[in-house]
Design a binder for this molecule. Structure first.
Ligand code: GAL
Length: 968
């Protein structure tokens, strides 16, 4: 029986009965959407099929329904599973386990009465991972290649009246070996299904070649068509012209990601009108540089997987648009479609809104690395057709998108003749776009030298053209001619990445370094609820997978619900296309237009002066229009003398609405900071002093057997611990060096394990001295881990006046401290009614020493709850950097702290944060826990890539922290 023929599942061949791949386009030919609820049956494997299910007479009324498109695991059928590199089945290519979840889909549809006679094509835009299709009981064919369309000719079996479509989808197939892309394993018909009428005399395919000559401003256009057609392009004066031309237009507006000008037109035949959107641009690799329209690009990119926390890899148009808008609003100009072609709709949005795209083939065989690449399909003859088929299908589908400037052969598939063949085919078919592939360290197949996670030092060597010589002299010479991109860098897992600014400085210094793509855009968390109905995001292992890679799937710049993470805000600042340097030394403002193409006429510049965060003056800055790459220097505005710490902030914002953001949207900013801040709560003109140097006149120590008071402060006379300040009860401050390790602390060289082995999470305290003396109190403690003679001595010097308490804390390491500290500072616990934090310092967002570019000096307010960043796996977060003073308040009063410190405020301890696996494990207690830190260890990007840079490493060394505390 035909329906038992499941041999195609383990056949490396890409499919049978399919039509040749072609461009995706919109036309006025009728199209029948077949999305919606389909009948569905889950089978355990090929031994468990519903025999005869393709027969139109088959009774499926007892079957469930499943939406098409969707991923069945997200509808409670089977379970999602996450692995990074490891195949979740034995490596036995092309065979797959008998336990092969299979979905049987049926749908009845009726052709509209006016459906034209002539050819009809059934198109499935994405089915994971392998499927066979029957229409009215007739097998049309089968296919693999999950993230590319497959078309079948349905003409001969379509009928008026009801038609029965039956599709059998297998989770595992030979194709799974080619789709090991570090993401959830999900299955089903996850993109749309359509029936397309193909009128006689219509066009099946066309290829737009639209070049731009930057030396003359002329555009050239040639459209290869699969049959006779006419071209109209009203804005360029073409009416019913021969698409083959070639047409030359003296003066066209070129397409770029910065100014994505599209010419709208039509290809017409006697029977069909096809919409075309033409962008004129020419991509070259010349003089060792990747150029578009004659200019070197600087890629400010991200790697984007398709992800939605509710629907998995099925994305709505609204979600795709949201990605594009979020990217544009965060100064991102490029996307690598890791590691497969996205929905066509996404590329249409990139054309329209302007993003450079590296379009990647649906290919990754990374799991073969774990068997020393034995049998790697990218190198193995029997897989040649499958590899070429995948490349062909991405190139043919996407060839008419001006946003696509490079083809990528795939990801992490080793090396081999099949990759070489894919490159050769692509070069021949579309010589207008360079070829990318990272796994080819020798760069033999490619036109750009690409690497992932090279650290700053190696990247700089490559920038200088001084990378180590490789074995093959010819290939080595070839690679040295190539521009360089980091196709992945700055692993955005959890809290991080740190070190972005340092990369950007390299990209802006060495022309060969043309930027890169942060790994990655979005956390692939799956929305789930606790039994009591609280929502959280699940990750690997949460579905009982035996083999999994935990939360390595949550490594994006946006949280699963697309809330921008602090990392995205940092990236926006680091890659801003306009640099504004407000100089402290010479009272000048230097502005550099770092756009590759666009002048600054779409921007307006504003300035704002503040003293201690209070507005002083503001205005517009008249900046002459700067061409791309141009610079100017302007005087700073005349300002009254500063009172306190003066900041002068200059921002560049959109002068008018853009399609992706409204007027006033901020693009870039610069800020100077001079002078010293004044204590809070003091009248203007009051003593300008360093915090804590401002005691009015010290209070004497008052001691009884059970009390030890200094001014408003109450101490425990035995331990010397602070217990109260005015009417505020508090615990601490006491020395603290522990933070809930970030993913970057936990992974890579596993710094967090060293911290735990050393005992930093379980330090004990010995009070060595409590010495009241005259107007103060000195408490000496020794803080140390079990089993070690290494320790930290913390010496607290307390003094007070009638309203403020001053702490000078000196910390000194004793013995051997062979590892960096997570943090150094104090923690204290306050009553749980504290709910609001006002501060003057850097903000408004989270910042750490190596991810602080986006935090500007100012006055900010937040609730305690809003200070938290809900990373998918709970970890250290929410730090506010270089705070001058903070007020933590609630109904019962509060606490004011001044000095200079980093600040975290949360409703749980660092240990509770560390123990939590999901955000919903954290529940508020009756205290608010505050850390005031002299310093933190940087974030780095060690979860995949370089760790914290030396200049951001927190060594155990003598440290001072000076604070003034006031009860409110
Ligand atoms: C790269 C890979 C990505 C992802 C990343 C780590 O090696 O290309 O797919 O796995 O590492 O998150």
């Amino acid at each position: 029986m035909a329906d038992q023929d499941t041999g195609y599942v383990e056949d490396p061949a890409p499919g049978h009965g399919r039509l040749a791949p072609r461009a995706r386009f919109d036309s006025d030919a009728p199209c029948l959407e077949l999305d919606g609820p389909w009948r569905f049956r889950a089978a355990a494997g090929v031994h468990d099929l519903a025999l005869g299910f393709e027969d139109p007479a088959f009774d499926d009324t007892h079957w469930d329904r499943l939406p098409v498109p969707s991923c069945w695991q997200l509808h409670g059928i089977g379970a999602p599973a996450y692995t990074n590199v490891t195949y979740p089945f034995p490596v036995d290519p092309p065979r797959v386990p008998d336990e092969n979840p299979t979905g049987e889909y049926r749908r009845v549809f009726t052709l509209p009465g006016d459906w034209p006679a002539g050819r009809s094509v059934l198109r499935l835009d994405g089915v994971d991972s392998c499927f066979a299709v029957w229409l009215n009981g007739v097998r049309l064919g089968d296919g693999k290649g999950s993230r590319m369309p497959t078309e079948f000719d349905a003409t001969d079996v379509l009928r008026t009246g009801p038609n029965v479509l039956a599709v059998r989808v297998h989770q595992w197939s030979a194709g799974s070996y080619l789709e090991d892309q570090d993401m959830w394993w999900l299955s089903g018909i996850f993109r749309s299904v359509r029936l397309l009428s193909r009128p006689a005399g219509g066009l099946d395919d066309f290829f737009v070649h639209a070049g731009y000559d930057h030396t003359t401003g002329a555009g050239t256009l040639r459209i290869d068509t699969s049959g006779a057609a006419r071209l109209s392009l009203p804005a360029l004066g073409l009416q019913d012209a021969d698409p083959a031309g070639p047409h030359t237009f003296e003066d066209v507006v070129p397409w770029s990601a910065e100014q994505p000008h599209l010419y709208l037109g039509e290809l017409t035949t006697g029977s069909e009108r096809i919409h075309v959107r033409i962008g004129f641009r020419t991509v070259t690799v010349e003089d060792g540089l990747l150029k578009v329209n004659g200019r070197r690009l600087l890629l400010r990119g991200v790697n984007r997987h398709e992800w939605d926390p509710e629907t998995g890899r099925t994305l709505s148009d609204a979600t795709m648009l949201r990605d594009v808008l979020l990217m544009k609003r965060h100064n991102i100009n490029a996307v690598r479609t890791s590691h497969y072609p996205p929905s066509s709709e996404f590329l249409a949005l990139c054309d329209e809104y302007g993003l450079w795209v590296v379009d990647e083939c649906d290919l990754e065989t990374h799991g073969f690395e774990q068997v020393d690449w034995r049998g790697n399909p990218a190198a193995d003859g029997p897989w040649r057709a499958a590899c070429l088929d995948r490349m062909r299908r991405v190139v043919e589908r996407d060839k008419n998108h001006p946003s696509v400037i490079m083809w990528s052969l795939g990801n992490e598939s080793g090396t081999g003749e099949n990759l070489a063949a894919m490159a050769a085919w692509t070069r021949d078919r579309d010589p207008s776009r360079p070829i990318h592939y990272e796994g080819d360290r020798d760069s033999g197949y490619v036109d750009v030298y690409s690497r992932m996670y090279a650290d700053h030092a190696e990247t700089e060597l490559i920038g200088r053209g001084e990378e180590p010589v490789t074995d093959d002299p010819a290939l080595d010479a070839h690679r040295r001619q190539l521009p360089f991109i980091l196709c992945e860098y700055a692993h955005a897992m959890g809290n991080g990445p740190g070190g972005l600014s340092e990369y950007q400085r390299l990209f802006e210094t060495y022309p060969r370094l043309q930027g890169g793509f942060v790994w990655e855009w979005i956390d692939h968390g799956i929305a789930r609820h606790t039994p009591d109905g609280r929502r959280f995001f699940a990750y690997g292992g949460d579905f009982g997978e035996q083999v999994h890679d935990a939360n390595f799937v949550a490594d994006g710049l946006v949280l699963p619900d697309r809330t921008p993470s602090p990392g995205l805000v940092e990236y926006k600042k680091v890659v801003e296309p306009v640099r504004i340097d407000v100089a402290e030394a010479d009272a000048l403002i230097r502005i550099h237009n770092g756009h590759d193409f666009r002048d600054t006429s779409h921007l307006r510049f504003r300035w704002r002066a503040e003293d201690d965060g209070e507005p002083v003056a503001e205005g517009e800055l008249a900046v002459p229009t700067l061409a791309a790459g141009a610079r100017t220097t302007l005087p700073q505005p005349a300002l009254p003398p500063a009172e306190g710490e003066r900041s002068l902030t200059v921002v560049a914002e959109l002068a008018g609405d853009e399609p992706w953001a409204g007027a006033g949207h901020e693009i870039a900013w610069g800020q100077s900071v001079t002078g010293t801040f004044r204590e809070p709560g003091r009248p203007a003109g009051a003593r300008r002093a360093r915090p804590g140097r401002s005691l009015r006149g010290p209070s004497a120590v008052a001691r009884t057997t059970d009390r030890l008071d200094i001014g408003p402060a109450r101490f425990d006379p035995v331990t010397g611990a602070l217990r109260g300040l005015g009417r505020l009860a508090l615990d601490g401050p006491v020395l603290d060096v522990w933070r809930a390790p970030t993913d970057n602390d936990e992974l890579g060289p596993r710094l967090a394990d060293r911290w735990r082995d050393f005992g930093l999470d379980r330090l004990t305290t010995k009070v060595r001295d409590v010495v009241p003396a005259g107007d103060g109190l000195t408490v000496v403690t020794r803080v140390a881990p079990a089993g070690s003679d290494a320790a930290l001595t913390a010496t607290y010097h307390w003094r007070a006046d009638d309203e403020a308490l001053r702490l000078d804390l000196a910390v000194a390491p004793l013995g051997d401290w062979p590892l960096p500290l997570p943090r150094i500072g104090v923690r204290l616990a306050l009553p749980g009614w504290i709910d609001t934090v006002d501060w003057y310092g850097r903000g408004p967002g989270e910042a750490y020493r190596d991810s602080a570019a986006a935090a500007r000096l100012g006055r900010f307010r937040s609730t305690v709850d809003a200070l938290q960043t809900p990373y998918v796996r709970p970890q250290e977060n929410g730090n506010r950097h270089e705070v001058r003073w903070a007020r933590l308040t609630g109904d019962g009063g509060g606490l004011e702290v001044s000095g200079g410190f980093d600040l975290t405020v949360r409703r749980w301890t660092s240990h509770q944060l560390d123990a939590a696996r999901h955000s919903t494990d954290l529940t508020p207690g009756d205290r608010v826990h505050v850390n005031l830190d002299a310093a933190h260890h940087g974030l780095g990007s060690a979860s995949c890539g370089p760790g914290t840079l030396p200049q951001h490493t927190l060594h155990a060394e003598p440290t001072m922290l000076r604070l003034t505390l006031r009860g409110l």
